[in-house]
Design a protein around this ligand. Structure first.
Ligand code: FCB
Length: 442
């Protein structure tokens, strides 16, 4: 880890941190914002582990200047945030709420004044509840293009990197197959329909952004390398299916390869109708592939699983964070594959990070050795991949702040800054100090 210096990454490399709107902003009913599907979902009893919601979260909406100060202190090159669609278009489409965009303009200009490149994600799961039918309705794809246009009309070239969706897999499959995320449905056919509409809306948004900005455009997909539990042919086939379900389902259509044929066959009548025209829209050229990486999946064949015949082995004996196994090498493996097998020329690690049960010492310090090691090991894999010629341009740690961790509520802390949710006090953990030493002023 001694080799982990800023210099080792080269001058063009960007180090950043990431957040998302619903997880940090709060101010749920202010500035003309209307409810998103996450407001509705979190307020439904039994959906969130600790019964919490994002009404206040980190109160970032009211503490923008303070949080810009944290970013400046870190000396990061870039900051990835998401825009809340219900702030910008309270009805989902139609009339633009200028006040909503004012907030993001203050953020973007505040970043630029501090020499930090803004990376904006349009959709990190907070769909306006006002849109009838949500992602099951094809019309929502047009609404998303309108929303992309409104954001880029105001913020265009000032945003250095535009990302359409964050982890559409989670929105589609956790939102519509397992019911773990908003809107909490449990229907595999709906999940596939949602996935298709997310992809279509991505393509439409890319076109809309193109008309307004010269900045690079991409999408942030979440990937989990799939490994077979044993050397058996059955387990190898299971790993391939897991890969199709999780990784290839979004990647391949975006890259113009259409939906993976093996999975389409497997899904049979659950598949929605997909026209060639839709596939052409989805394949709109993008400059950057955003990579969210947290873990791998080790899987075995299991005839008892009706959909894929796959069983995930949750514990393979590796060291763990609060919620998953640690497998840093997977980041190198994944990026190498995206470059060599898929020919992707510009990769950005849009998320990577870890939750640990941090303790605040009497003097206020937070010695999060686990997170420091996690970030260090993953950055070392990024470095190793770059040295192997894999074009990784930037790395965003998840997350700037402890925040509302979706269905886990506030029980998982992913921040490099600790947040005391009673006082909203932010305190740097040792991991924040690590990033600061790798930052421009470190
Ligand atoms: C990712 C999400 C992000 C956060 C991290 C821990 O899947 O994109 O919002 O929840 O996991």
């Amino acid at each position: 880890m001694t080799s982990l210096t800023r210099k080792a990454f080269g001058s063009g490399f960007q180090l950043g941190v990431a957040t998302s709107s619903y997880q940090i902003e709060g101010a749920a009913t202010e500035g003309g914002r209307t409810p998103s599907i996450w407001d509705e979902f979190a307020h439904r009893p039994g959906t969130i582990k600790d019964g919490s919601h994002g009404d206040v979260a980190c109160d970032h909406y009211h503490r923008l200047d303070e949080d810009l100060g944290l970013l400046a202190w870190l000396g990061v090159d870039a900051y990835r945030f998401s825009i809340a669609w219900p702030r910008v278009l309270p009805n989902g489409r139609g009339k633009v709420n200028a006040q909503g965009l004012d907030f993001y303009e203050r953020l973007v200009d505040g970043l630029l004044e501090r020499g930090i490149a803004p990376a904006a994600t349009l959709y990190h799961w907070d769909l306006p509840a006002a849109l009838p039918g949500g992602w099951l309705e094809r019309d929502t794809t047009q609404a998303f293009a309108e929303y992309a246009d409104a954001c880029a009309a105001r913020l265009g070239d000032r945003v250095a990197l535009w990302l359409t969706h964050n982890e559409p897999w989670c929105q589609a499959f956790l939102g519509y197959q397992t019911g773990m995320f908003a809107p909490g449905h449990r229907d595999f056919g709906e999940a596939l329909l949602c996935a298709h509409h997310l992809l279509l809306s991505h393509g439409l948004a890319v076109e809309a952004l193109r008309a307004r900005t010269r900045s690079p455009v991409g999408i942030a997909l979440n990937f989990m390398p799939a490994h077979a539990a044993t050397g058996s042919a059955e387990d190898a086939a299971a790993a391939r299916l897991q890969d199709g379900y999780f990784n290839r389902w979004f990647l391949e259509p975006v890259l113009g390869r259409g939906y993976p044929a093996d999975m389409v066959e497997r899904y049979g009548s659950a598949m929605p109708a997909v026209s060639d025209a839709d596939l052409r829209v989805i394949a709109a050229p993008i400059e950057v592939m955003g990579v969210n990486y947290y873990e791998r999946a080790v899987v075995a064949h299991d005839a008892g699983d009706a959909l894929l015949g796959v069983r995930r082995i949750a514990d393979t004996g590796l060291p763990r964070t609060a919620d998953r196994e640690i497998y840093a090498r997977g980041l190198h493996e994944l990026c190498t594959r995206l470059y060599r097998e898929y020919g992707i020329q510009r990769l950005v690690i849009t998320e990577n990070g870890a939750a640990f049960p941090d303790t605040v010492a009497a003097d206020g310090s937070i010695a999060d050795a686990g997170r420091v090691a996690f970030l260090g090991e993953h950055l070392a894999e990024v470095l190793r991949a770059r040295e192997d010629g894999v074009p990784i341009e930037a790395y965003f740690a998840w997350s700037l702040l402890d925040n509302f961790e979706w269905s886990e509520g506030y029980t998982l802390r992913y921040g490099i800054f600790h947040v005391d949710f009673a006082t909203q006090r932010r305190s740097p953990k040792d991991s924040a100090k690590l990033l600061k030493t790798l930052g421009r002023r470190g």
